[in-house]
Ligand binder design. Sequence first.
Ligand code: HEM
Length: 446
Amino acid sequence: MAAAVQPGGPKRHFLAGNLPEFRRDRLGFLMECARRHGDFVPLRLGVTRAVFINDPGAIEEVLGSSGTFVKSFAYRMIRPVVANGLLLSEGDFWKRQRRLVQPAFQRARMGEAYTPVIVECTERMLDRWTAGEVRDVHPEMMRLTAQVAGQAFFGADVSERTDEVSDALQAANQLLTARMDSLLAVLPDRLPTPGNRKVRDAVARLDAIIYPIIERRRRSRQNRDDLLSRLLAAQDEDGSQMTDTQLRDEVMTFFLAGHETTSLLLSWTLYLLALHHDIQERLGQDIEAVLRGRPPTLAELGTLPYLDAVLCETLRLYPPVWGMGREPVSDCEVAGHPVSKGTSILFSQWVMHRDARYFDQPDWFFPDRWVDGLQKRLPRYAYFPFGGGQRICIGANFAMMEAGIILSMLLPRFHFEPAPDHQVVVWPGFTLRPRSGVHLGLSLAA
Ligand code: HEM
């Protein structure tokens, strides 16, 4: 892979710029940009000026700075769903909200409050699974992580309607992803196009579930010590509390961000384990030796380094968030290049994590690469599945704990192998999804 920076970038169409190639094959296009044009690649996506950076130091300049950059154009497409929740808010409002929710993700709290929820939801799922069948594990993982998010963050009120929330979110998500490729994506959401109308319907369905839950919890004055109660009780210095709209935005954000990505980590891990029997067997034996058929505690998860290595390696090869973007609020420089206000600065976990300058045999699934402290030796942003800087994923520890617990309950029970006649296809929407699922054959673990 080329290390040198070469100005110019790939050829552009007069009106659409580089959008047609990007639409045709997003991952392939970005890989090719890095290979042919180096670490700083000017692009134009429709009317949007962009630059694709592919160097850990340059990514650090962007993610590590505070106040110079805001989230880029592409994120606005999910605004109809998550609105001004933590994922998209900026400035002082974002700072305040982040401070408020951070305590819900402290390690001590996660162990005692969330582990039983994850164990219980996984056991319910496993009761439905039998050896000898073929299952599409992707929707299974989606449902499981949605149930965990609903119950762990918002209590019984939401968990009773998890499937409905999850379905409506998926519908909205799919419609928004379809728009991502479109030149028309620059048009305002308010225009009455059929696509916009469908998104609005899905969002209205979500609102019809979420607002009554907020209203009920407000009226009951119960403090359940979950994320929803914490958000309801939060007060500004002037004593004012969050409005229902602000609460709705945070609930939606945590529901979406808190389950979709983790379900993908689990689906891709099961897929890779099914393709690599030796690794699956070794991991199963490690887990069995420590847990002997019991679900793990948080402390026990810490004694399973190979499990952690398998998850890190999956996040390297199949990062659920495969690309990110920022825009400078005023003209600035990145890696010594001038970047004008409003330019989308793009960087991609998919591309960076497969860079042979940082990873030997980058296309191999080789968890052992992580066991002797590779992460500490790498430049900070050669591997960044959870982003970084101030806006680093707030749920990273929760996701690793949840995925660890679930896998350590699945592997002692079942052996997974690829289903014949089913091809798993990577589909990079907002997240890196399997286009038509991950169908795996289940047999009893040895
Ligand atoms: C494997 C699972 C996950 C992955 C790969 C992942 C990845 C990411 C990434 C890359 C970002 C940064 C986006 C950016 O800066 O543009 C992010 C932000 C965020 N994530 Fe996650 N995430 C995961 C799980 C979770 C979970 C479980 C939760 C909630 C419980 C969560 C909630 C959030 C929120 C609220 C933000 C925005 C934080 C802020 O801007 O202050 N994520 N995530």
